[in-house]
Design a protein around this ligand. Structure first.
Ligand code: BT5
Length: 255
């Protein structure tokens, strides 16, 4: 991206028209040794991926579909913090560039007015118990029109253009994201997770809500009260007992 004044993030960009998934290409690029901060961006994905085998709708020309290679020297159990960091950086960029009020839903969704505008997908490549690299996928509905969402997404998805009433300059948005992400990331590598935790909680949709958490083994109901110092979600059940939730699907109840 010409003229981008970052040190690493966005300094190498692989831009494509149509791909199956930018995640796959980013894994290939990382395996070939492309440096930290490399972005793989596409106009359209035919097999965009969500978590747990779900699909990500990625129509041509309306969104920001990109995957970023990072190589943080952190223990593997801390890698979910990178998803939270990314969500904070995306939320800040959205707020700065469009002025809309965004909320982060644990762990990886960004919402505007109760509808999903962005999803983050973090994939780990580890070697001998240490992080080799992460591919962080970011899907942002930038200029998607309401009518362009397929039937099943109409009530649950939105875009920056729909919410702000203006067309988003995608290149400018990506540049701004690179700056904000790099600043957060550098701070995180030097000083740890505290600042992200505070910023994440400040724009969280999840904290304070009554939620049902489904894991592979069990189901848990309670109020989401915060993140612990590692970035793990803490749920307080009706009896007042606290539980840590590492990775699961969170559904939101009425109260
Ligand atoms: C996510 O998964 O939210 C992560 C999405 C990551 C997409 C990026 S795009 C660049 C990179 N390359 C890829 O192939 N992927 C990454 P999850 O939390 O599992 O949410 C998936 C669910 O969101 C689907 O089951 C739908 O209900 C909904 N969904 C699908 N497409 C959507 C869209 N464009 N906008 C809003 N919601 C969508």
């Amino acid at each position: 991206i010409a003229g981008l004044d970052t040190k690493r993030i966005g300094q190498h960009v692989l831009a494509y028209d149509t791909v199956v998934s930018t995640q796959l290409l980013a894994h290939e690029a990382a395996a070939k040794g492309m440096p930290e901060g490399t972005l793989v961006i596409a106009e359209q994905q035919t097999g965009g991926k969500g978590r747990l085998g779900r699909a990500w709708h990625s129509p041509k020309g309306t969104g920001i579909w990109m995957s970023m290679i990072v190589r943080p020297v952190i223990p593997i159990p801390k890698t979910p913090q990178m998803t939270l960091l990314t969500a904070v950086a995306v939320a800040k960029t959205m707020q700065q560039e469009t002025g809309v009020d965004v909320k982060i839903k644990w762990p990886n969704d960004i919402f505007i007015g109760g509808k999903k505008v962005c999803g983050v997908l973090t994939e780990l490549n580890a070697e001998a118990d240490r992080v080799n690299y992460l591919v962080i996928g970011i899907g942002i509905n930038a200029n998607t029109a309401a009518a362009d969402f397929p039937e099943e997404l109409r009530d649950i998805a939105t875009s920056l253009a729909i919410e702000s009433g203006t067309t988003v300059d995608r290149v400018r948005f990506i540049q701004q994201f690179c700056r904000i992400f790099e600043a957060e990331y550098d701070h995180y590598l030097r000083h740890g997770f505290d600042r992200i935790k505070t910023e994440w909680e400040a724009c969280s949709y999840t904290i304070g809500r009554w939620v049902t958490v489904k894991t592979i083994h069990s189901e848990l109901e309670g109020r989401a009260v915060g993140l612990d110092e590692e970035g793990v979600l803490i749920i307080e059940d009706a009896a007042g007992a606290r539980h840590k939730v590492y990775s699961a699907d969170v559904n939101y109840g009425a109260n």
